[in-house]
Structures are given as C-alpha cells and as structure tokens.
Design a protein around this ligand. Structure first.
Ligand SMILES: Cc1cn([C@H]2C[C@H](O)[C@@H](COP(=O)(O)OP(=O)(O)O[C@H]3O[C@H](C)C(=O)[C@H](O)[C@H]3O)O2)c(=O)[nH]c1=O
Length: 183
C-alpha cells in the first residue's frame, strides 16, 4: 500500500496494490502491518456498506464527537463518487476547509479520514456501493450532522444534488457558536 497526503493534514489517499490475472483482480483493503506507519494499531470495530441508487445523491456530512470520535477508511466498491472530508479540528490551520477525492470501483484508491473530520460523498454514477471501516462504533448520542450545502463550507459538488435524507436535509447550518471538534 502506498499513500500520500492532501491539503488537510491527516486526510490521506491510499493506493492499494492490485494483483491482476486472467480471472480478475485482488486487492487488500486493510493490512495492519502495512498501515502501521500511517496509523499504528488501527482497529475497526464496525464496517458498514451503503448502496446509493441514483447519480447525484449526497450522503453526509456526518461526524461523531469524542468520546465516540472515529476515523474512517473508505473504499468504493461499485460506481464512482466524490468523497468529501471537512476539517472540523479546533485550531487546525485548515479548519472548515473541505477536500474531495474521487473514488471508484475501477481505481485501487481508498481514503483515510482521521477523527475530527465530517464526511460525505456524492454519487457520480447510479448504483454506488461504499464500504466504510470505522474505528469506533456508531453512537447516536455522539453523532452530528452538518449541511452538505452549508455556504460556510461551499462544497463544490460536481452534479446537481438529487437524493438527500431528511436528517441530512435538515442538518444545522454552521453558526458562530460552532466550535469544531477537539482533536
Ligand atoms: C451508521 C449507522 C446508521 N444506522 C442507521 C441510522 C439510519 O436510520 C440508517 C442510515 O443511517 P444514515 O442515514 O446515517 O446513513 P448515511 O447517511 O448513509 O451515513 C453514512 O454515510 C455518511 C457519508 C457517513 O459518513 C456515515 O458514517 C455513514 O453512516 O441506519 C445504524 O443502524 N447503524 C449504523 O451504524
């Protein structure tokens, strides 16, 4: 596995090695030893899979506050997405900045999103499947949502937004009381 950084420190794009032969392709999604230099002792107590039917749909922006803060390893298993992370870390020089990474089933690319980031994505094709490895279990009491269309974030979604969940559609807009997340 090789990886490289992004303009948001800690947000990392991982290129997994692909073994291809006449039967098809094989990749390692996660390897503790290979990723120890990125983050030692990564452990994923919860792995989720979402299916998104329609091109243009947006899921997110979600994050969990401490003590349930989580890092996520994301891989696209079907279709293509723009995967977006927003830096919410209090005091970060890139606080409230966002960065997008295109992921697709055809590319051996994953993204590692550390704690302190909100996460969302837009389906760029129909029939997207996204795999999420979480370093903390889902905890409704600590789950927070930000608006995908918050003008203070100004995320440049590539397509007109089609499907959004009611919870995401009615997520709060950022205001002066928002203090980010202790990282
Ligand atoms: C995460 C989770 C959710 N749920 C329930 C809560 C809702 O009733 C339903 C769907 O949850 P939600 O609307 O939060 O799912 P998404 O909007 O697809 O959120 C997902 O995509 C965005 C981009 C993310 O970053 C989240 O980490 C990821 O969960 O499943 C559970 O029952 N267990 C769980 O572990």
């Amino acid at each position: 596995m090789k990886w490289h950084g992004t303009p948001l420190s800690g947000l990392t794009v991982i290129e997994t090695d692909t073994v291809a032969d006449a039967r098809g392709r094989f990749v390692r999604v996660f390897c503790d030893a290979e990723l120890a230099a990125l983050r030692p002792g990564l452990h994923f107590p919860q792995i989720n899979l979402s299916t998104t039917f329609a091109r243009g749909s947006v899921r997110g922006l979600h994050f969990q506050r401490p003590p349930a803060a989580e890092a996520k390893l994301i891989r696209c298993l079907s279709g293509r997405v723009l995967d977006v992370a927003v830096d919410l870390r209090r005091g970060s020089p890139t606080y409230l900045r966002w960065h997008g990474v295109e992921l697709s089933a055809e590319q051996p690319r994953q993204v590692f999103i550390p704690e302190g980031f909100a996460h969302g994505f837009q389906a760029l094709t129909d029939d997207v499947q996204l795999l999420y490895l979480h370093t903390a279990a889902w905890n409704r009491d600590y789950e927070n949502r930000l608006r995908y269309d918050d003008p203070r974030l100004a995320i440049d979604w590539p397509l007109p937004v089609t499907q959004v969940s009611e919870l995401d559609r009615h997520a709060p807009l950022l205001d002066d009381q928002f203090e980010g997340v202790e990282a």
